[in-house]
Design a protein around this ligand. Structure first.
Ligand code: BV8
Length: 250
């Protein structure tokens, strides 16, 4: 990972201080400092043992529901130990100080809400919920009776994680609200995402097309980097608190 190069220009501080609507897209990178492996860091990343594009699919669940459920159980255990890091906290701080704030996350770990963020759009669902594979009803608890995957208490069908798999359409309400936020934001922050998975990755471009200023927070370059007016090259847990301190240095 390249050396951090965190330059917060006065123009960015002004944009943030005077922003009417800040929209943010986060990916696995913002939870990295909470101890949750990203998809891309292959040594310990969750792609290491499985290629998520093979396991996080309806076909994989159809083929081997037990393996898929167990993979999510493994991730739930890691997430249960995780706490929001200063990057998550800084976003809740910004939300409290700007007129309109929309946080669009690809993460399913729920850490933004734990950090106090309120207007959170979970584009890819939430690992703490499960859904009846037949009826589509969602549950926050399920039997731990040895059945893997557990069964729906109402109809007996298998439960599946309430997340969006590859090949599945993200929830329409969250997707529409994300598109509106991207269109209406005057400042769009892309944080901790490789900006590869659509439709989430199309949101920063949508914001640019509608005149937003794009900021990227990532230790590495991504396909988005060349379009960003401000590239804050470093870990979100370090960059975001510095951005907040520079803007609202009370
Ligand atoms: C859809 C939930 C139709 C489950 C996830 C071929 C070409 C183009 C597209 C496709 C194609 N084939 C198929 C597609 C479509 C596909 C897609 O985009 N595939 C990709 C692989 C090309 N998309 C879909 O299938 C989507 N559905 O398209 O439906 C449709 C669309 C619109 C309208 C109608 C119909 C559904 C995709 C959702 C899949 N589910 N997650 C689960 O988690 O198990 S995706 C999952 O992977 C994440 O949610 C996230 O979206 C993605 C991983 O990306 P990141 O979050 O960015 O994480 P990553 O590890 O990649 O990067 C981490 C970044 O953080 C790095 O840049 C790193 O440098 C940085 N970082 C590291 N440390 C830090 C840091 N940054 C800051 N601080 C740090 N400390």
């Amino acid at each position: 990972m390249p050396e951090p190069n965190i330059i917060i220009l006065p123009q960015l501080v002004e944009r943030l201080k005077n922003a009417g609507h800040v929209a943010v897209l986060t990916g696995a990178g913002i939870s990295a400092e909470s101890g949750i492996p990203t998809f891309r860091d292959t040594e310990k990343g969750i792609w290491a043992r499985f290629n998520a594009e093979e396991v996080a699919t309806p076909e994989a669940f159809e083929r081997n529901p037990t393996l898929v459920w167990q993979w999510y159980e493994e991730r739930r255990k890691v997430i249960a130990e995780a706490r929001p890091n200063p990057g998550h906290m800084a976003l809740a701080h910004i939300e409290a100080r700007v007129p309109r704030f929309t946080l669009i996350t690809q993460n399913i770990d729920g850490l933004h809400r734990v950090a106090g963020s309120r207007n959170v759009l979970e584009l890819h669902g939430n690992i703490h919920r499960a859904r009846c594979a037949e009826e589509g009803t969602t549950v926050e608890e399920w039997p731990d009776d040895g059945e893997v995957p557990p069964r729906c208490a109402r109809c007996g069908a298998m439960l599946r994680p309430d997340v969006v798999w590859f090949g599945e359409v993200p929830p329409v309400a969250e997707l529409n609200a994300s598109m509106v936020a991207a269109r209406e934001a005057d400042l769009f922050l892309s944080i901790g995402t490789s900006a590869l998975v659509v439709p989430a990755a199309s949101l920063p471009y949508h914001a640019l097309q509608h005149g937003a200023t794009l900021v990227e927070v990532n230790p590495e370059d991504t396909p988005l980097t060349k379009y960003a007016s401000h590239v804050l090259q470093g870990p979100a847990g370090e960059v975001l608190p510095r951005l907040v301190a520079a803007t609202w240095s009370e």
